[in-house]
Ligand binder design. Structure first.
Ligand code: URA
Length: 256
């Protein structure tokens, strides 16, 4: 709603109050809708200029991340930091845990086996990786003892130290929907621990942004049961609905 239209609505409400002696009543739904009225776009601001501005702001955060040594042990062990990838003006943003070995080597989140599955999920949703934004709670790979394989989860202290960078990314991108992949991502973002059974498949919010919680793709690689894959897909259908994306009959019946 533009400012003149909003002024008109407020003036009309005040007139009703003056003639009735009390404020008009409004349902919770109406109030919630009014609160989501987008701010008027200043003249000269186009979608392209907005995207450029966001890209510049993200680049400045990326520089600080690259130079970060707050977790001295991770700054020593990392090949490079892994900032985030995708559209700076994305409607949809995915949040993972931390880079693994492949991500540490390539400097991009979700490029290993779990990442390939995430890319497949995105493509089933009719998104390319460059349409959305993908970032992790931690920007460094959690270090591993010399000679050992695999990944370890980030510690609460590491997540607390790195979280402000993610918050800046979210504040700049301003996605319409967030997706947290797995319980560690939820703990890093919201600071709350819970079981995925309780958390996934329903809407939460982070700072007013609708947040869907679903299983991490690495969980689906470990547990190949079709029922688990279907749960993730149902969560993604909810995300598509929330973003008002068209959903075909084929997509509704899809199994990952
Ligand atoms: N798992 C994550 O949580 N993030 C990555 O970037 C890769 C694997």
């Amino acid at each position: 709603m533009t400012q003149p239209a909003l002024d008109f609505v407020i003036a009309a409400l005040e007139k009703i109050r003056e003639s009735n002696g009390r404020w008009p009543r409004a349902s919770r739904t109406t109030l919630a809708l009014l609160q989501t009225v987008p701010a008027a776009v200043p003249p000269g601001v186009t979608a392209e200029s907005q995207k450029r501005d966001k890209a510049d702001l993200l680049a400045a955060v990326r520089e600080r991340v690259n130079a970060c040594t707050q977790c001295a042990h991770l700054a020593c062990s990392r090949t490079q930091t892994v900032f985030g990838v995708g559209n700076p003006d994305a409607d949809l943003m995915f949040i993972g845990e931390a880079p693994g070995a492949d991500e540490d080597q390539q400097g991009e989140p979700f490029v290993g086996r779990a990442g390939q599955l995430l890319t497949k999920i995105l493509s089933a949703m009719n998104f390319a990786r460059q349409d959305v934004y993908i970032a992790n709670i931690l920007k460094c790979r959690p270090d591993m003892p010399a000679g050992s394989f695999g990944n370890r989860p980030p510690t609460p202290a590491e997540m607390q130290t790195c979280r402000p960078f993610l918050i800046e990314q979210i504040d700049i991108i301003k996605p319409n929907v967030l997706v947290a992949l797995g319980a560690v991502a939820v703990e890093g973002l919201l600071g709350t621990r819970g079981t995925m059974r309780d958390l996934r498949g329903r809407w939460h919010t982070y700072n007013g942004i609708p947040l869907m919680i679903t299983y991490h793709p690495a969980y689906l690689l470990r547990n190949q049961a079709p029922s688990e894959k279907r749960k993730v897909w149902e969560d993604m259908l909810q995300v598509m609905e929330r973003l008002e994306r068209p959903i075909s009959e084929r997509q509704r019946n899809y199994f990952l």
